[in-house]
Write a protein that binds this ligand. Structure first.
Ligand code: MIC
Ligand code: SF4
Length: 757
C-alpha cells in the first residue's frame, strides 16, 4: 500500500486532467471543493460528457486516507472484521485519545488509562496489526493534531470516524467526519457514498490583531450560520485574510466547522501551509504542492466573482473582529466579549468562573500555546496567579515535548496551571471534577469546540462558554466571565492595576519541533497470523451479531418510545463520559440510550412511559420491554436531530433495542448517514407542524415501504388513544443503494452478502 510522498504524487498525477473533465462537465470554472472532490472520484463525467454529480445526488468518492479514534474505532473495526477482508485498502490509522480521563495530571492519568483500558487498547492494537493499520499509542496525541502533523496534505481527501476530522482542512485537505460503517466501506476498498455538497464561500479580509484570534473567526461564523447553517455544504475560505492566518489557525477554524454542521471546511494552499509542512519534516510534500499551486486553489474566476459560484458568501473583516465567547449550552450563541458585562447581568449567569481550560484538538498548536503562555508570563511578572483551576491539554506528544523544551509549560506551571495528558480528557467528559458538586450552577470557559449541557463535567447546571486560548487564559487570571482583557484590569498583590498586553507568540518553534518518535506502531508486512482476542465474557468488547433483514412489510402498531423536545444531540442519544467504557459493547452501551433526551410529553429527562403497563421508566428499560414483547417502536425529534458526534452508537443502539424509524424535523448529516447504514429508517416530517400531532399513547404505522424508492414519500398514520387518527406524508433522502441497506438490515449485511456470492 503506498503512503507518504508517493501517495501525494499519485493524487497529484491525475488532478489536472480530472479538473479539466469536471470543468467541462459543469460547464464553468470550479471551486476548490469541486476540484478536490473531482480529483477523488472516477472521472466526473459519463461517456457522453454529462456531469455525473448534481447537488443533492450521491457521489462515489475514493479518499486517500482513513483515521479512527479509539472511542469510535472499536465499533468500526468490529464491523470491519465482519467484512471478510484481509487488510485495509487505503492507509489507515487508529489513535488512542478519547479514553484517557483527567484526574491528577499527564503522567499518572496516562498510566491509569493504560491500566484501565488495557483490554480495549490490546484489541485495537491487535486488530490494527492484523489488518494493516498504523496504531498510535495512548499519550501520542489527539487524532486531529496527529493527523495534521503527519498525514494531512493540500488537495488530499480523508475521512475520519470523528466529527472534527475537518481539522485537516487547515492544510488544504477535504477531511470529512463519518460514522464507522462508512469508514468500513472505504477501508474495504469501496467508495464513500457522499451527498454532493453545496459550497459556502467565506471571504476573509484584513488581518488579525490584538486579542482577536483564528478561533474568533469560527466563533463569529457560528453566530452567523448557527448549528445547522452549514449542513450538506462545504465551507471554503478565501481572500487576503485567509493567507494571513497560520496553518494551525486555519485548522482551528476548519475543526469547529463541525459545529455549524458543514460536511467540512477547506482553505486553498498557501505559504502558511508550506511553512507548516516544512516545520513538520515534510519539505518534499511542500515542493510537490508548490508545483501544483493552481490545482490547490479555486479557479481564478471564482475568486473574482464569488457570488456567482458559491451558494452563499459570507464576509468577515479580520481587522475589526472582536474576541468572542459562545454559549452556554450551544456553540452558536455568540457574544463579542465587550458585551458580556451586560449579558451576564441580564441573564443572571454567575459572574465568576470556576475553571478555565485550554487545548483540545481544536486549539493546541504551538502558536496557541505560545500566545496563551505570553499572557500567563505577563501576569506572573505582575505577581498574579491563576484564580481558578487552569487546565491545559496539549494536542500531541510532539507539542508537549516542544513546549516543555521551550518553557511554555514551566510558565503554566508557575502560574498554577496543570498540564494534562495529550488526550481528549475534559472535552469529552473525561474530567473527574471535584471542585464543584453536581447540580450546582457554575460557569466554565474553555477553548474547546463543544459546550452542550453536561458535556465536560456531566453537571447539567454548568454553563460552558467557548473562547480562544488567549481569552480563556486571561479569564483564568481574572476569574470573571465578563472580563474583557482589552478594557479591564486586575488588581495585583501590591495594589497596582494590571492590564494584559496583546498576546504574542511564534507560529512555529524556532528550534523546530521535538518529534514524538515512539507514538506510532506500524503494522507488520503480513498480519494474517495475528490473532484478535475477544473474551466472550468481556464487558467492554463484544463481537457483533448482524441486524435482522426487513421482513418486507409495512411497520404497524409501533409505539413512540421517545419524543424529544428541543436539542437532541448525539450526546443526548448516547452519552459519553463514563459510558465511553462500553463503546465496544453494543448491548452494554445501549443502557444509555436517550438518557439525555428531554421527553416532550413530561419535560423529564431520560425517561418515558411504557405502554405495556403504563409505568414510567428510563428509556432503555422501556425499549427493552418493547423488544421483549415484540412491539416495534419509533423515536421522534425536532430540528438538527443527532447534532454533534460521529458516534454511530447513536444509530446502532436504537436499532439494537428494536427501533424501526427515527422521525424528525431535520437531521444532522453524519447521524442521518449512520442511521441509513444501520438499517434504520431516517424520516422527516414533510410538514414540520406534524411534529405536534404525535401523542404519547399513539400507535404508529409507516405505510408504503414496499414501494420505497428515492424521492418517494411514505405515509405515517397515527392512531390516537381516543380512537381518532392522523395521517401525513414523510420524506427520506435514501438513494437506491441506501434503500438496499434498509432491506438487508444494514449496509454491512449487504457487504457480507456480496462477499459470499
Ligand atoms: C466529540 O467531540 O464529540 C467526539 C467525542 O470526539 C465525537 C466522537 C465520539 O463520540 O467518540 C465526535 O466529535 O465525533
Ligand atoms: Fe477529542 Fe474534544 Fe476533539 Fe472530540 S472535540 S476529538 S473529544 S478533543
Amino acid at each position: 500500500m503506498i503512503d507518504g510522498v508517493e501517495l501525494i504524487q499519485k493524487t497529484y498525477s491525475t488532478m489536472k486532467e480530472r479538473h479539466e473533465a469536471a470543468r467541462k462537465a459543469f460547464g464553468r470554472p470550479l471551486t476548490l471543493t469541486e476540484k478536490i472532490l473531482a480529483a477523488h472520484m472516477p472521472l466526473p463525467v459519463d461517456e457522453d460528457g454529462k456531469a455525473l454529480v448534481r447537488k443533492k445526488s450521491y457521489a462515489n468518492l475514493f479518499p486517500d486516507r482513513v483515521a479512527l479514534q479509539d472511542a469510535t474505532a472499536q465499533m468500526a473495526l468490529l464491523q470491519f472484521m465482519q467484512a471478510g477482508k484481509k487488510e485495509v485498502a487505503v492507509p489507515s490509522t487508529v489513535h488512542c485519545d478519547h479514553l484517557i480521563s483527567a484526574q491528577k495530571g499527564a503522567k499518572p492519568d496516562l498510566l491509569r488509562a493504560i491500566d484501565e483500558n488495557q483490554e480495549v487498547y490490546d484489541f485495537l492494537q491487535t486488530v490494527s496489526q492484523k489488518y494493516g493499520l498504523g496504531f498510535w499509542k495512548p499519550g501520542a496525541g489527539i487524532i486531529h493534531q496527529v493527523v495534521l502533523e503527519n498525514y494531512a496534505f493540500p488537495g488530499g481527501m480523508m475521512i475520519g470516524t470523528d466529527s472534527h476530522t475537518p481539522n485537516a482542512g487547515g492544510l488544504g485537505m477535504v477531511a470529512i467526519g463519518i460514522g464507522g460503517a462508512d469508514a468500513v466501506d472505504v477501508m474495504a476498498g469501496f467508495p464513500l457514498n457522499l451527498r454532493w455538497p453545496g459550497v459556502i464561500g467565506v471571504k476573509l479580509t484584513g488581518t488579525l490583531s490584538g486579542f482577536a484570534a483564528a478561533k474568533d473567526v469560527i466563533l463569529k461564523l457560528m453566530g452567523i450560520l448557527t448549528v445547522k447553517g452549514g449542513t450538506n455544504h462545504i465551507v471554503e475560505f478565501f481572500g487576503p485574510g485567509a493567507a494571513s492566518i497560520s496553518a494551525t489557525g486555519k485548522g482551528t477554524i476548519a475543526n469547529m466547522g463541525a459545529e455549524h454542521g458543514a460536511t467540512t471546511s477547506v482553505f486553498a494552499y498557501d505559504a502558511s501551509m508550506e511553512r507548516y509542512l516544512r516545520a513538520t519534516n515534510r519539505g518534499a510534500w511542500a515542493d510537490l504542492a508548490n508545483a501544483h499551486k493552481a490545482e490547490l486553489a479555486a479557479d481564478p474566476e471564482v475568486y473574482a466573482d464569488p457570488s456567482k459560484f458559491y451558494d452563499q458568501v459570507v464576509e468577515i473583516d479580520l481587522s475589526s473582529l472582536d474576541p468572542h465567547l459562545v454559549g452556554p449550552h450551544t456553540p452558536d450563541l455568540a457574544h463579542p466579549v465587550q458585551t458580556m458585562k451586560d449579558t451576564v447581568a441580564k441573564e443572571g449567569w454567575p459572574a465568576e468562573i470556576t475553571s478555565a481550560l485550554i487545548g483540545s484538538c481544536t486549539n493546541s498548536s504551538y502558536e496557541d500555546v505560545s500566545r496563551a503562555a505570553s499572557l500567563a508570563d505577563a501576569a506572573l511578572k505582575a505577581g498574579l496567579k491563576a484564580k481558578v483551576p487552569f487546565l491545559i491539554t496539549p494536542g500531541s506528544e510532539t507539542i508537549h515535548l516542544t513546549i516543555q523544551r521551550d518553557g511554555q509549560m514551566a510558565t503554566f506551571d508557575k502560574a498554577g496551571g496543570s498540564v494534562l495528558a495529550n488526550a481528549c480528557g475534559p472535552c469529552i467528559g473525561q474530567w473527574d471534577r471535584e471542585d464543584v458538586k453536581k447540580g450546582v450552577k457554575n460557569a466554565i470557559v474553555t477553548s474547546f469546540n463543544r459546550n452542550f449541557r453536561g458535556r465536560q463535567d456531566s453537571n447539567p447546571e454548568t454553563l460552558a462558554f467557548i473562547g480562544s486560548p488567549e481569552q480563556v487564559t486571561a479569564m483564568a487570571f481574572s476569574g470573571r466571565l465578563d472580563f474583557d482583557p482589552r478594557r479591564d484590569s486586575i488588581k495585583t498583590p501590591d495594589g497596582k492595576d494590571f492590564k494584559f498586553p496583546a498576546p504574542s507568540g511564534d507560529e512555529l518553534p524556532k528550534q523546530g519541533f521535538l518529534v514524538d518518535k515512539d507514538g506510532l506502531i506500524r503494522p507488520p508486512a503480513d498480519g494474517s497470523k495475528v490473532s484478535v482476542a475477544v473474551d466472550p465474557k468481556s464487558k467492554r468488547i463484544a463481537l457483533l451479531a448482524p441486524f435482522t433483514a426487513w421482513d418486507g412489510k409495512d411497520i404497524t402498531g409501533a409505539r413512540v418510545l421517545m419524543k424529544a423536545k428541543g436539542k437532541c444531540t448525539t450526546d443526548h442519544i448516547s452519552a459519553a463520559g463514563k459510558w465511553l467504557t462500553f463503546r465496544g459493547h453494543l448491548d452494554n452501551i445501549a443502557n444509555n440510550t436517550f438518557i439525555g433526551a428531554t421527553n416532550a410529553f413530561s419535560d423529564k429527562i431520560g425517561e418515558g412511559k411504557s405502554l405495556l403497563d403504563g409505568s414510567t421508566k428510563s428509556y432503555p428499560d422501556v425499549a427493552r420491554g418493547y423488544k421483549a414483547a415484540g412491539v416495534p417502536w419509533i423515536a421522534v425529534g425536532d430540528e438538527n436531530y443527532g447534532e454533534g458526534s460521529s458516534r454511530e452508537h447513536a444509530a446502532m443502539q436504537p436499532r439494537h433495542l428494536g427501533g424501526k424509524a427515527i422521525l424528525v424535523r431535520s437531521f444532522a448529516r453524519i447521524h442521518e448517514s449512520n442511521l441509513k447504514k444501520q438499517g434504520m429508517l431516517p424520516l422527516t416530517f414533510a410538514n414540520p407542524a406534524d411534529y405536534d400531532k404525535v401523542k404519547e399513547d399513539d400507535l404508529v404505522d409507516i405505510v408504503g415501504l414496499a414501494a420505497l424508492a428515492p424521492g418517494q414519500q411514505l405515509t405515517v398514520k397515527l392512531t390516537h388513544a381516543d380512537g381518532t387518527s392522523d395521517s401525513f406524508p414523510v420524506n427520506h433522502t435514501m438513494s437506491g443503494e441506501q434503500i438496499e441497506y434498509f432491506k438487508a438490515g444494514s449496509a454491512l449485511n449487504l457487504v457480507a452478502k456480496q462477499q459470499k456470492s
